[in-house]
Design a protein around this ligand. Structure first.
Ligand SMILES: [Fe+2]
Ligand SMILES: [Fe+2]
Length: 137
């Protein structure tokens, strides 16, 4: 399985508060992947999964507040993507708690693909609005 997730410059928006959050999110995904590779018991992934739920929701709230402040015109659509992912991430953790339906490989691939696509295709769209305000480094 190729679920390894590492940060690279292509994910950088050039705005460090967001970049740091995205790095931490990808890092949590990579910790899940490492646990999978090491064949660790499911219990070892629980701490990371719970952190992922909290971190996902914290990041979305931060990002939506930022987008409101900079007047990003597609905020509503962007927030809808976040809402769907919030529900999915919570559902993953609920499945995990019940344990039976938890397919680690499927979950890891889904999380990796969603996050990398979202950063590259959706988050990148608000970059010019940060640039206009001189917020990029
Ligand atoms: Fe986003
Ligand atoms: Fe984001």
């Amino acid at each position: 399985m190729t679920g390894h997730v590492t940060w690279s410059d292509e994910y950088s928006l050039g705005y460090s508060p967001i970049d740091e959050q995205h790095k931490q999110l990808l890092n949590l995904l990579d910790m899940l992947y490492a646990a999978e590779q090491a064949n660790e018991p499911l219990a070892n992934a629980s701490d990371v999964l719970f952190r992922l739920v909290v971190f996902t929701e914290t990041h979305f709230a931060y990002e939506e507040m930022l987008l409101e402040l900079v007047g990003f015109p597609k905020l509503r659509k962007h927030s809808l993507y976040h809402e769907v992912m919030k529900s999915k991430t919570r559902a993953i953790v609920q499945d995990f708690r019940k344990n039976h339906a938890f397919d680690r490989e499927e979950v890891l691939l889904f999380l990796r693909d969603w996050w990398t696509n979202h950063i590259l295709q959706e988050d990148m769209q608000y970059r010019p609005f940060l640039a206009d305000l001189g917020l990029l480094t």
